[in-house]
Design a protein around this ligand. Structure first.
Ligand SMILES: Nc1ncnc2c1ncn2[C@@H]1O[C@H](COP(=O)(O)OP(=O)(O)O)[C@@H](O)[C@H]1O
Ligand SMILES: [Mg+2]
Length: 244
């Protein structure tokens, strides 16, 4: 399989939302949420955006405290961390303000648990620097944040990642697969993957493997009848009745 980022419909929707935040009226409303089930490509999309914009990119941990957030942010910005939270936050605000790049927090559901103190810290940094903050997480993140009006009132855009369209799957096959995949097999991959990018990638790898083993120049649905294309590793085993 080739490497590369596929500019699918979720990516287009994400960029549109970024543009809308940039054009927002209220300067302080600079939070953006990106939510959706696992495997749709949220992390990969924001990672691509982070590289393109030189953003501060953090992945929240289950054990994060306000200090944990500040230390990781400071490390990323090469700011010294052997100081008080207050001082570190002031230095971070100075650095982010000068740099004017977005802040992205993946797995952000971990930042809203029993209190919103971590997000309040992020909000303060974003308010004072007027930079975009992208919070990425599962759908539960949105309901958790809704409990804190001081945070939710700052949200300018919410992007719900959706199942990929057949056209998205076709684009991925064309860009990433090292074998030509016929439209009927693309359709089957779209069905079996349920539009999840993670499973589309698995499916492309399976198709390449089978095509190579059978010296196929093109991969068409006929040659793959009854075959499980995608392995859901989280489910730990393929669906019953699959042959390989
Ligand atoms: N647009 C894309 N182009 C190429 N690969 C992608 C794309 N989106 C997702 N992937 C790949 O699909 C898998 C799942 O994506 P990920 O971003 O981890 O999903 P999520 O964060 O929504 O759970 C990863 O292996 C990732 O590299
Ligand atoms: Mg992710």
């Amino acid at each position: 399989m080739k490497k590369g980022f596929v500019q699918n419909s979720n990516y287009a929707r994400f960029l549109q939302a970024v543009k809308a935040v940039e054009l927002r009226g209220a300067r302080e409303a600079s939070l953006m949420l990106v939510t959706g089930p696992a495997g749709l490509g949220k992390s990969e999309t924001v990672d691509r955006f982070a590289v393109d914009t030189n953003a501060v990119y953090l992945r929240a941990k289950e054990t994060w405290t306000k200090r944990g957030l500040l230390v990781e942010m400071a490390d990323t910005l090469r700011i010294q961390t052997n100081t008080t939270n207050h001082d570190m936050q002031a230095r971070i605000i100075g650095a982010v303000g000068a740099r004017q790049t977005p802040i992205i927090i993946d797995e952000a559901e971990f930042t809203v648990r029993s209190s919103a103190s971590i997000l309040e810290c992020v909000r303060d940094i974003s308010d004072l620097t007027e930079t975009l903050v992208v919070l990425v997480g599962m759908e539960t993140m949105e309901t958790r944040i809704a409990r804190y009006p001081q945070i939710s009132s700052r949200i300018a855009q919410v992007v719900h990642f959706q199942a990929l369209t057949e056209q998205d799957v076709q684009l991925a096959c064309k860009q990433l697969a090292e074998v030509d995949i016929d439209a009927d097999l693309v359709r089957e991959l779209h069905r079996q993957s349920e539009g999840k990018m993670r499973l589309v990638m698995n499916g492309i790898a399976t198709i390449e493997r089978v095509a190579k083993a059978n010296s196929l120049v093109r991969a068409a649905a006929d040659a793959f009848k009854g075959l499980e294309l995608c392995i859901e590793w989280q489910a730990r085993r393929p669906r019953a009745g699959a042959t390989r």
